[in-house]
Design a protein around this ligand. Structure first.
Ligand SMILES: *Cc1c(COP(=O)(O)O)cnc(C)c1O
Length: 177
């Protein structure tokens, strides 16, 4: 072997995704298959969708664009806050994005109006991991403002745990959320 390489076994990915989909379905939960670790690989996205995942998530809008161009039909979620400079691309290619800042949500609304589309957002709340999200005390005002914005639909709230600060998703955080 001359250079390091990854061997990706789609049969295993299908098996693992299927196991999760089935186990969580019995609790009324759906899962999003995440493609960001493989640069938005269309083969991996197709495999996870065939295994029954509800949607595809990626942190890069370029990856989402690439999967759409490859003909993948799915609900696409941008798993991080859109860059101000990319709101047009985000509205055009992602169905849902995760958001922590009203300034960005206002720009998404403007872009969505220009494109005559509606864009769904998940409002992120910071619960100790310090990676992203607004302070819990700012959430209610952000929801009130966001639901007033044209062409923006608030899909829900979310939080990011077990990432930057290593705060685990335990009972306390989930109850707080
Ligand atoms: C992956 C991820 C990010 C960061 O994405 P990059 O591609 O490293 O910029 C931010 N927030 C969430 C929730 C993520 O899953």
């Amino acid at each position: 072997m001359v250079t390091p390489r990854l061997e990706i076994d789609l049969v295993k990915i299908h098996h693992n995704a299927r196991c999760l989909v089935e186990r969580l379905a019995s609790r009324g939960l759906t899962i999003t298959g995440v493609t960001k670790v493989a640069l938005g690989s269309s083969e991996i996205a197709r495999t996870m969708l065939a295994a029954g995942v509800h949607s595809i998530g990626d942190s890069r809008i370029e990856n989402i664009e690439k999967m759409r161009q490859a003909g993948i039909v799915a609900t696409f979620i941008l798993l991080r806050t859109p860059l101000m400079s990319q709101v047009g691309q985000v509205v055009a290619h992602a169905d849902i994005s995760f958001n922590s800042e009203l300034d960005v949500i206002e720009k998404l609304s403007e872009a969505a109006q220009q494109q005559n589309r509606s864009h769904r957002i998940v409002l992120m709340v910071e619960l100790g991991d310090l990676r992203e999200g607004m302070a819990p005390e700012d959430l209610a005002a952000a929801v009130r403002r966001s639901i007033e914005l044209p062409n923006i639909e608030v899909s829900g709230i979310g939080t990011n745990l077990a990432c930057f600060g290593g705060v685990k998703a335990e009972h306390q955080q989930m109850t707080h959320l």
